[in-house]
Design a protein around this ligand. Structure first.
Ligand code: PLP
Length: 428
């Protein structure tokens, strides 16, 4: 049996190139992070060889005594990391990632064509919260359920709770989803709970982006108000790629959430759990209870605020005017440039972030903003000083993008991309 270099030098080389790319770039994608060597060791272990359909103590295959021990430990650590009482809350650590976890909750709580309301994708929500356009039901969630997204108040960049309340009273959804992929503020859970209760709806929080911040108590805690909480494990939480579903143990609206969620995961939508991921997740959740982890999450937020303040000083317009968490959303439209061009220019300078729609955008292909996150570079040791310098680098990139746009005949994005990819145009 050979190691990777001998067995498959081609794949080894690709991995090495990706490692170099990760090493040399400023990683500012808000949903990414660098996990630890210990997590990677568990993920790359023999745990990947084992089938273990079912739950600890109730498996469909033999040989699971150590896998049972591992999954039970992972569940206990998950509850402890979020300060949950195991009598009131349970958790399923088997979801393969965030989107499957969300669909598993819908499968558990809803019948086909039941109504749901999540934050609209162009306003910061996630695809899996029911995204659809006037012409197409894009996400599976909107194909199998009736979705009516809620939106932000475009003048403030904050969720329009008054409008949400009115829409909920008309649409009468069975499930309301809090949580987002590009929202720099906390959700108002008490208000959402009240809105949900008025029509007898479940309230779910998808805390994928902020689960590390929730674990460290640096943002509001959704558990007090929600019935179900889902998360990915690889964003601010800094674990392996995976997902989790937390559920109340008491029946809610007559539904036994524990058996509904567990059955939706397996046999509803998944087969064998990825035990190597559960191993990595257990390692991550142990670390998530440490003082170092709390200090890290505090830095994620203070670094992000330093970045936001510097961008404001430089004249940028931020959606909602700032940030309370790990990301900022910059509205570039007042400058006459879009997020796609700025993303491309910064990519050439090894600054990795993503174009993002901002409230009021007309086109999803050429969105008017960029999303910038602080978790990954905080893991790599950046302090506020380096994030201020990063804002200045981004500013330089925006200036170059504006200059390049002016130099291209016509302003089509394709012409621009061709131009900046041409040998006539160099960054410096
Ligand atoms: N939920 C939210 C809020 C997200 O931002 C994301 C991914 O970015 C997901 C769910 C989906 O996670 P995954 O990509 O692991 O399916």
């Amino acid at each position: 049996d050979h190691g990777l270099s001998e067995a498959d030098p081609h794949v080894r080389t690709i991995i090495d190139k990706e490692k170099q790319r990760q090493f040399r770039s400023l990683e500012l994608i808000a949903s990414e992070n660098f996990t630890s060597r210990a997590v990677m060791e568990a993920v790359g272990s023999c745990l990947t060889n084992k089938y273990s359909e079912g739950l600890p103590g109730k498996r469909y295959y033999g040989g699971n005594e150590f896998i049972d021990e591992l999954e039970t430990l992972c569940q206990e650590r998950a509850l402890a990391a979020f300060r949950l009482d195991g009598k009131k809350w349970g958790v399923n650590v088997q979801p393969l990632s965030g989107s499957p976890a969300n669909f598993e909750v819908y499968t558990a709580l809803l019948n086909p064509h039941d109504r749901i309301m999540g934050l609209d994708l162009p306003h910061g929500g996630h695809l899996s919260h029911g995204f659809m356009t006037p012409r197409r039901r894009v996400s599976g969630t909107s194909i199998y359920f009736e979705s009516m997204p809620y939106r932000l108040d475009e003048s403030t960049g904050i969720v329009d709770y008054d409008m949400l309340e009115k829409s909920v009273n008309l649409f009468r959804p069975k499930l309301i989803i809090a949580g987002a992929s590009a929202y720099p503020r906390d959700f108002d859970y008490p208000r959402m709970r009240k809105i949900a209760d008025a029509v007898g709806a479940f309230l779910m929080m998808d805390m994928a982006h902020i689960s590390g911040l929730v674990a460290a108590s640096v943002v509001a805690d959704p558990f007090e108000y929600c019935d179900v909480v889902t998360t990915t494990t690889h964003k601010s939480l800094r674990g392996p790629r995976g997902g989790m579903i937390f559920f109340r143990r008491e029946p809610v609206l007559g539904v036994d959430l524990e058996s509904a969620v567990n059955n939706a995961v397996f046999p509803g939508l998944q087969g064998g759990p990825h035990n190597h991921t559960i191993g990595g997740l257990a390692v991550c959740l142990n670390y998530a209870q440490s003082p170092e982890f709390r200090a890290y999450q505090n830095k994620v937020v203070s670094n992000c605020r330093a970045l936001a303040n510097r961008l404001i000083e430089l004249g940028y317009k931020l959606v909602s005017g700032g940030t309370d968490n790990h990301l900022v959303l910059v509205d570039l439209r007042p400058l006459g440039i879009d997020g796609a061009r700025v993303e491309k220019i910064l990519d050439m300078a090894s600054i990795t972030l993503n174009k993002n729609s901002v409230p009021g955008d007309k086109s999803a292909q050429v969105p008017g903003g960029i999303r910038i996150g602080s978790p990954a570079m905080t893991t790599r040791g950046f302090t506020e000083k380096e994030f201020i310098a990063t804002a200045d680098f981004i500013h330089e990139g925006v200036k170059i993008a504006l200059e390049a746009k002016r130099s291209v005949s016509g302003s089509k994005l394709q012409d621009f991309m061709k131009f900046i990819g041409s040998p006539d145009f160099t960054l410096m």
